[in-house]
Design a protein around this ligand. Structure first.
Ligand code: F6P
Length: 378
């Protein structure tokens, strides 16, 4: 017997997506596992997240074995083991991604998604994504679709799981870039303000900042007082430090001020504004108030670029295997999760939209804007 599952990647890309798809395909095609379960799986790669299912042309059929790239007008194609073999070392997503929202209130498209899953004769769908993609998966599940979710987001802000793919690679990028900035900062006795991603949470800024040895880390969970940073930087200079690195999360805001958005009017399909620019504003203010030379660097999409680090490759492997395992047992509407150091699965959390914030009391010193020196989970 042959069963068919689809796999898609949605939302912002990140390193870890391709390895997860590889391990979905590899586990699904494993001959020994197929013998144990009593059936074989065929995996259909969906192009560009939910958009692929919204726009899928029902007259076409995805099962074309010689098809190893999406052609014009293709929204789905068969994925075979020989093709995905090397995907574990590739960044981005070979399937493509989008922020298409099947439940967009202005233009609901979920019925088209369900119809496409039926037309493709999918027994189940593995959705790899963050809060938005997985919320849509949960809603489809509530309408009868068979979905399994794999968590990914460099923001690491998902409910139900301690880890989401892409985070560690992004932390590594922050550390590598700060290491580069440190040498030039030292040469010129400058302060660098480094803006990280992370949307409304400070997980990325905090982990990146502490690993990179930043003097101050500003996170969205705690509106900052610029004078605390000014005093800290002046003190460092008095103490003989030639330079300082300040990390600021894109979603951080000064006390009493609004969050900085890149284009005030632009929103994605899920209604999120594009954040960015707070680092530049902070740098200008710091330069004015300290009299020191300050430069701003926005790491932006560099944090989502490049190849996955070893940790993301390992986690993606575990998540991919677990997702197929769930699908093979017919355990749908579950989120593959990392909890307490093990890979497990939980019902898709109902509160995905309530992003998981930094535990400020345990991890963050609100007086000095540094990570607390306590023994806490990573
Ligand atoms: O959610 C991941 C993320 O990288 C956020 O950290 C960031 O705010 C957002 O996506 C950027 O989205 P886009 O790539 O659409 O500009």
């Amino acid at each position: 017997m042959l069963k068919r599952i689809g796999v898609l990647t949605g939302g912002g890309d990140c390193p870890g997506l391709n390895p997860a798809v590889k391990w979905v395909v590899k586990t699904a095609s494993d001959e020994e596992l197929a013998a144990e379960r009593g059936f074989q799986f065929e995996v259909i790669g969906i192009r560009d997240g939910w958009r692929g299912l919204v726009e899928y042309d029902h007259r076409r059929h995805p099962v074309l074995p010689e098809h190893t790239a999406f052609g014009d007008g293709d929204h789905a194609r068969l994925l075979v083991e020989s093709e995905v073999r090397t995907w574990d070392r590739q960044g981005g997503t070979r399937l493509g991604s989008s922020r298409t929202n099947p439940f967009n209130p202005d233009k609901p498209m979920w019925e088209a998604v369900m119809a496409s899953m039926e037309a493709m004769e999918l027994d189940g769908l593995i959705a790899i994504g963050g809060e938005d993609t997985l919320s849509a998966a949960a809603k489809l599940g509530a309408r009868g679709a068979n979905v399994v979710c794999i968590p990914k987001t460099i923001d690491r802000d998902l409910q139900g799981t301690d880890y989401s793919l892409g985070f560690e690679t992004a932390v590594n990028v922050i550390v590598e870039e700060v290491d580069r900035l440190r040498t030039t900062a030292h040469s010129h006795s400058r302060i660098f303000v480094v803006e990280t991603m992370g949307r409304y949470t400070g997980h990325l800024a905090l982990s990146g900042g502490l690993a990179a040895g930043a003097s101050h880390i500003l996170i969205p969970e705690v509106p900052y007082d610029v004078d605390v940073v000014v005093e800290g930087l002046k003190k460092r200079r008095e103490d003989g430090h030639r330079f300082s690195i300040v990390i600021i999360a894109e979603g951080a805001k000064a006390a009493g001020k609004e969050r900085v958005e890149r284009q005030a009017s632009s929103k994605d399909g899920f209604g999120h504004p594009t954040l960015g620019g707070v680092g530049g504003e902070l740098a200008r203010e710091l330069e004015e108030k300290t009299g020191l030379e300050v430069r701003a660097v926005n790491l932006s999409h560099l944090q989502r670029g490049g190849v996955p680090c070893a940790y993301d490759r390992r986690m993606a492997r575990g998540f991919g295997i677990a997702a197929v395992d769930l699908a093979s047992r017919g355990e749908y509407n579950r989120l593959v999760a990392h909890q307490g150091g093990i890979i497990t699965a939980v019902p898709i959390p109902q509160n995905l939209h309530e992003v998981r914030k930094v535990d400020v009391a345990r991890r963050y010193d609100t007086r000095t804007y540094k990570a607390k020196n306590t023994l806490v989970d990573l």
